[in-house]
Every structure is written in structure tokens, then in C-alpha cells.
Design a protein around this ligand. Structure first.
Ligand SMILES: [Zn+2]
Length: 141
């Protein structure tokens, strides 16, 4: 009927979907903290990690942050594509899993109490890890 209405409805619908997704998805996949093993395959000269979004959610970090770390560590370029991370070179699963573990040790586990209930914060250009369990806060590189 009126052309504006369906558009608004569609936007609301997508927003609802997005909200539902964000609420339900993490608990479905990992109600507790967990370092998932990657699932993926090599395609030509590329490495496709198909469960990358899930991995990031389960360690409670933004996919972009984890990607930045991995690309540097693996000396690869790459991009996030939906739930997937595509690396522009061939990398073994073991190598990627090791790097994810390294990331978690450095950027997720609290340096003091070793619990994973932490968050990364930026304050005056510096990066800190803050523990929600014991309150410890420490600058990280
Ligand atoms: Zn702590």
C-alpha cells in the first residue's frame, strides 16, 4: 500500500533478528568460556576458517581484535566474511589453534587470578585488561 511502511517493518524485523541472534547465539554455542578448535579448509592458496565468529564469541572478544592479532602472528593478510575468516595464505589448523591459544593467554585470561572474565579497555591511548572477577587492571601491549 504505502511504500514507506514495509521498509520500516523490514528494518524492525532485521533489528529484532539481530537482537535475538545476539542474545541467543552465545549461550547456545558456549554458555561458559571455551576455546573452540577451528573448523576450516584450504581453498587454493587461501585458508578458510568457517567457525571464526563462534570462536570469537566463545572467548568473548570482537572478531576484529582477534583477526588483527592472528594476521600479525601468521604473517598473512585476510578478511572477515560473515562468520568466516579468510586468510590469503595456507596455514595449518594446528598453527592457527596455537595462535588463538596465545591470544587468549595474553588478552583474555586475567594475569592475576587466571580467570577469563575480563574485558579490554582503552584509556588515554593505552590498552588495559580488566578483570571482572578480581578487579585487577593491567596495561597490555
Ligand atoms: Zn582476576
Amino acid at each position: 500500500m504505502i511504500p514507506l511502511k514495509p521498509i520500516i517493518l523490514m528494518e524492525n524485523y532485521e533489528q529484532l533478528l539481530q537482537e535475538a541472534y545476539e542474545k541467543i547465539k552465545p549461550t547456545e554455542e558456549c554458555d561458559r568460556f571455551e576455546i573452540k578448535k577451528i573448523e576450516g579448509h584450504i581453498q587454493g592458496n587461501k585458508t578458510i576458517i568457517s567457525n571464526f565468529g563462534e570462536i570469537a564469541r566463545c572467548i568473548r572478544r570482537k572478531p576484529e581484535e582477534l583477526t588483527k592479532f592472528l594476521l600479525r602472528e601468521l604473517a598473512s593478510s585476510g578478511e572477515i566474511n560473515g562468520e568466516r575468516l579468510i586468510l590469503t595464505r595456507k596455514v595449518s589448523s594446528k598453527n592457527i589453534n596455537d595462535k588463538i591459544e596465545k591470544y587468549v593467554k595474553k588478552y583474555v585470561y586475567c594475569p592475576k587470578c587466571k580467570k577469563p572474565d575480563t574485558e579490554l579497555i582503552n584509556e588515554s591511548g593505552k590498552k588495559y585488561i580488566r578483570c571482572l572477577a578480581c578487579g585487577h587492571k593491567q596495561e597490555i601491549e
